[in-house]
Ligand binder design. Structure first.
Ligand code: SF4
Length: 379
């Protein structure tokens, strides 16, 4: 299998890049403060063959829970920071890698230069033998880069990643990897190719975010990985699937199967129907999910919308208010979950917030309207 000559980034017992075997990772979908459940899911993923398991931390109490989780598992752990970048100092002693999102560094302390925030994260990582991931995500790109690149949203993602690589290099911190994720596999391929052409030395973490439920979520991810890993781009992967707790190990099994197929030259051509018809994207869920009914809701959306399979309509189902509002903007219909209600959107317009047991009826109405419009346009 051809591999780009990236530098080796040690992450606990794992090495990412430098020709090491492609590491497979996943993320706990539990509430981090539910230590019992999180430890159980981390261990479930480790038993399924995960090289690395990520946990989200949004608060001091999450960071305290993380310390306890660390004591109770041998898994190599990574942590996902959101807006509160200062938590890096609290989490670094307990994990092997810290992921930060450049697009989220703008929310706190707006007057402070981004370089200072990155420096704080890098210092915490260096002091505790941690690697970093610069995790750029389509739904939360640095607003300055988005403004500068206009329609070229992939260009904005790539520019943001390159900017943060330069910042880290300038700080003398080179133990990092980069990810550029989107829910559209084409953009994932485009972004990673463009980045790798400019920084072939930086290891890449590949993934199609909010890929959805199996089998479609696996198919989208497989297409992206075939295009990228098949050309030597990518050093670690995650397959993001919306599946219930006990089936989370399917993410690892799917990733290993895809890598093995590519390594043996078993490429599957893109089914010609795949680019057309109903496309349901849904996040894999994580500790930020505010109502555990989310996974069931995503499955119900798939069932309820099945009658629209021949229409070019994208429905996005997201688990929380952190990424839900932004990452549903690009879909024809979007649902993002709050504690007691589900917010339903049409494009970027909010149609309302509906109780969990009523939102599917309202979704059906909105879907019917879209189908009517597509039919009228086809006449
Ligand atoms: S949308 Fe929210 S709940 Fe879903 S994976 Fe992203 S952060 Fe987690």
């Amino acid at each position: 299998m051809p591999r780009n000559r990236t530098r080796a980034v040690p992450v606990g017992a794992v090495t990412i890049g430098g020709g090491a075997p492609i590491a497979v990772q996943s993320m706990a979908a539990t509430r981090t403060q539910d230590v019992e459940a999180t430890v159980r899911q981390v261990n479930l993923l480790q038993a399924a063959g995960a090289d690395l398991v990520r946990i989200a931390v949004d608060s001091r109490r999450d960071a305290e829970a993380l310390a306890e989780i660390r004591r109770r598992t041998t898994a190599t752990l990574s942590v996902d920071l959101q807006e509160n970048y200062r938590l890096a100092v609290l989490v670094a002693p307990h994990v092997d890698k810290i992921r930060y999102n450049p697009g989220h560094l703008y929310h706190h302390e707006r007057e402070k230069p981004v370089r200072e925030k990155v420096a704080l994260i890098a210092e915490a990582a260096a002091a505790h033998d941690c690697a970093l991931r610069v995790g750029v995500n389509c739904g939360s790109v640095d607003p300055e880069q988005s403004a500068a690149h206009g329609e070229d949203d992939v260009g904005a993602m790539v520019a943001s990643a390159l900017e943060h690589c330069a910042l880290l290099d300038g700080l003398g911190f080179t133990r990092y990897v980069v990810s550029l994720k989107d829910s559209d596999w084409r953009k994932v391929v485009d972004a990673n190719r463009r980045f790798a052409a400019q920084r072939p030395d930086v290891p890449l973490h590949l993934g199609v975010t909010e890929a959805g439920m199996p089998p479609e979520g696996v198919i989208k991810t497989r297409i992206a990985f075939e295009q990228l890993l098949g050309q030597g781009v990518g050093d670690t992967v995650r397959v993001s699937l919306t599946v219930p707790f006990e089936r989370k190990g399917e993410e690892i099994a799917a990733a290993r199967e895809i890598i093995d197929d590519i390594a043996h030259g078993r490429f599957r051509s893109v089914p010609d129907w795949f680019d057309h018809g109903l496309n349901i994207i849904s996040c894999p869920s994580c500790s930020r999910v505010e109502n555990e009914a989310f996974v069931e809701l995503a499955q119900q959306v798939k069932q309820v919308a099945a009658y629209a399979r021949d229409y070019d309509i994208t429905i996005a189902v997201m688990g929380c208010r952190v990424n839900g509002p932004g990452e549903t903007d690009g879909a024809d219909l979007g649902l993002w979950c709050g504690p007691a209600a589900v917010n339903l959107k049409r494009g970027s317009e909010l149609l309302g917030a509906f109780p969990y047991d009523r939102v599917l009826d309202r979704l059906r109405v909105a879907l019917d309207e879209l189908i009517a419009q597509q039919r009228a346009g086809a006449r």
